[in-house]
Structure formats: C-alpha cells, structure tokens
Ligand binder design. Structure first.
Ligand code: NDP
Ligand code: GDP
Length: 324
C-alpha cells in the first residue's frame, strides 16, 4: 500500500486529493494544525466522506521539527505540500506570516524530506499568481514571472526552492503551477464561492445585495477535482518536472457571476454592487494558462466547464443554506 503525506489536508485541495488517493488504494496521512475548534477542522473531508479514512497527524509548516518528525516516522512514498496562507487578499495584511508559511514553509518540508526520506516524491502547490503582471498572453512553464502580491512573492520562493532542491540534491520534486480552481469546498473569501453563496442567499431571501470589487478581472477557472488528478500524475512520472495546469479559457468575474445569477433565475443588475474597498492594492488583471505540456506529457485534461462548476457550487450552497 503506497503512503502519502498531505500538508493542508483540511483545505479544499487536501480533501479532493485525499479522496483520489484513497480511491487509488493509498494510505493517507493528513497533516493538520492544532486548532481550538475541532468541529470546523474536518468539514471538507466530511463533505467528501473521507474523514474516517484519513489519518490526521499534527504539525505546522513553520515548525521544521514537526515536519521532520512526521516524515521520519511515517516514511511516505509521496509528499504533497498543499499547506499555505492561500488567500491573496490576506497577504497584504499578513505579509510576514504569508512569507513564513507559504514561502519558507516549503523549505522546511523539503529539508524534512531531504533528511528523513530523500527518495520520497514531492509535490509543491505553486500558483498562476506568480505570473501576476503577465508577460505573455498565454502563460506556460517558460513564461517569466512577475508577482503582484506578498502571496505571489512567497509562492515564487516556494517554486524556486523546489526546483533548486531537485537540481541540488536530486530530489524527485515537482512544482505544479495551477491556475485558479474551485469547487463547493472553496474557501468563502474567494470570489467564485463568495458569488455562489451570495446568490443562493439572495434566492432564499437571506440577503439582497452582493458586493464585489474588480469584476473586470479575468481568471482561468477549473475544478479542484480535475486539478488534484494532475498533482498525482506529476508524481507518477519517471522524472520530476514543472507543469502548468489550466483550462486554456479565461472569463471575467462579471461573466462568471452572471452564470450564477442566471442559474437561479435572478437578474444580476438588481443585486450586484461594486465596493471600491474590495479593490486590491495591486491587481492581477488577467490569467490564461497554456496546459499543452500537462496534456501531452501527463495525458491530463480539464473535464469540467466553468458553467458546470458554477452550477454545482450554487446548488451546493443552496443545499447548505437550506440545511442550516
Ligand atoms: P486552502 O486555503 O483551502 O487550504 C490551505 C491549507 O493550508 C489548509 O489546510 C490550512 O489549514 C493549511 N495551512 C495554513 N497554514 C498552515 C501552516 N502554518 N501549517 C500547515 N498547514 C497550514 O487552499 P486550497 O486547497 O485551495 O489550495 C491548496 C494549495 O494550492 C495552497 O498552497 C494554495 O496556495 C495553492 N494553490 C491554490 C489554487 C486554487 O485556485 N485553489 C491555485 C494555485 C495554487 P487550516 O485549515 O488549519 O487553515
Ligand atoms: P485569486 O486569483 O487567487 O486572487 O482569487 P480570488 O478568487 O480571490 O480573486 C479573483 C479575482 O476576483 C481577483 O482579480 C479579485 O480582485 C477579483 N474580485 C472582485 N471582487 C472580489 C471579491 O469580492 N472577493 C475576491 N476574493 N475577489 C474579488
């Protein structure tokens, strides 16, 4: 039975990846931070009905000793580093925490792998936010980076330290440059989930307005369920490498929002308000990935359209709110 260690197991991708690996017969160790409220902790794994099958182990990415202890004790064949302070908006308010967790945390877990299980295969959750002020219309593995937030700067460090440990120590370490991916388990602060939750509230009479910031921004949105498959495929390759994972289609926040309103028979113009306070200090105006390498080398494809995903998210939020 292959063994996987997942950091960030309580997050969106951690839940979907656990589900995938369990289906494939893995023993899954999920690293979680101790919190004072265990009830919220495993909600996503509960939603996907995997909570009883994942072995939750205690640790923190900022604490090298905990990472080294876990890798030494559990001897994983594959390590997926999904843990991060992952919200761009928060990274301006907490830039140093973001640097410690999202940046230096990667070096901590790489060190743990190098010292305690150097033949383990390693996945780093890199981000399309690293392209920031885009240098090419379609971003691929060779597009230069230009980060536009403390989050993106920290991710850039995580990406390069992964590449560096591969080149310096021969670790099987891959960096997946994933474009935005969403699902009913997406954090409520991200724009897709804020929209699907907000629209469901309006439909149920729990609210009347949805406030957003820059709705002209464009993103290449895919489904987390599809994207965790790409992570796993990267670690099944003979040779470690870096891959862009994207749909190759970009859509404005406005048009994504329209899909959600229309699904529930509501008029967007009656409810949407622009709040200047929600604009960011530096914006990433457009992201559009070129997934040709992942498609050719991994045989990976994005299988869920934006329309299908937004409808799934709205329906899930309607169900959640009705059950409250
Ligand atoms: P989430 O925000 O849903 O999950 C982040 C996870 O990191 C949570 O489990 C969180 O734990 C954990 N975490 C936070 N701080 C620490 C810490 N100090 N030590 C250990 N774990 C910590 O993110 P996603 O699942 O959406 O994303 C997974 C990864 O992929 C992240 O690294 C993200 O930056 C990256 N990424 C995501 C994209 C997306 O569109 N979803 C796109 C590109 C990259 P807790 O529950 O305790 O807060
Ligand atoms: P990001 O690409 O990781 O920053 O993902 P987000 O979902 O947080 O944001 C995607 C885009 O939506 C960014 O360009 C934001 O500026 C824009 N946006 C517009 N209004 C909002 C909002 O109310 N919340 C968030 N999170 N983003 C918004």
């Amino acid at each position: 039975m292959p063994r996987a260690l997942i950091t960030g197991v309580t997050g969106q991708d951690g839940a979907y990846l656990s589900q995938l690996l369990l289906e494939k017969g893995y023993e899954v160790f999920g690293m979680a931070r101790r919190t004072s409220n265990g009830d919220f902790h495993d909600g996503r794994m509960r939603w996907l009905k995997v909570v009883d099958k994942v072995r939750i182990v205690d640790g923190d990415l900022t604490d090298l000793s905990s990472m080294a202890r876990l890798v030494k004790e559990f001897q994983p064949d594959e390590v997926y580093n999904l843990g991060a302070q992952s919200f761009v908006g928060t990274s301006w308010g907490q830039p140093l925490l973001t640097a410690n967790v999202t940046g230096v945390g990667v070096a901590n877990i790489l060190e743990a792998v190098r010292l305690a299980k150097p033949d383990a295969r390693f996945y780093q959750a890199s981000s399309s936010e690293m392209y920031g002020l885009i240098q090419e219309s379609h971003q691929s593995e060779s597009t230069p980076f230009y980060p536009r937030s403390p989050y993106a700067v920290a991710k850039l460090y995580g990406h390069w330290i992964t590449v560096n440990y591969r080149e310096s120590f021969g670790l099987h370490a891959s960096s997946g440059i994933l474009f935005n991916h969403e699902s009913p388990l997406r954090g409520i602060e991200f724009v897709t989930r804020k929209v699907t939750d907000g629209v469901a509230r309006i439909k149920l009479g729990l609210g009347d307005k949805l406030k957003l910031g820059n709705i002209d921004a464009k993103r290449d949105w895919g489904h987390a369920r599809d994207y965790v498959r790409a992570m796993w495929l990267m670690l099944q390759q003979e040779v470690a490498d870096d891959y862009v994972v994207a749909t190759g289609r970009t859509t404005t926040v406005r048009d994504m929002c329209k899909i959600a309103f229309e699904h529930l028979g509501l008029k967007m113009d009656d409810h949407l308000m622009i709040d200047p306070a929600l604009f960011r200090p530096a914006e990433v105006d457009v992201l559009l990935g070129n997934p040709a390498k992942a498609e050719a080398k991994l045989g990976w494809r994005s299988e869920t359209s934006l329309e299908q995903m937004i409808v799934e998210m709205v329906d899930a939020d309607m169900e959640r709110l009705r059950l409250r």
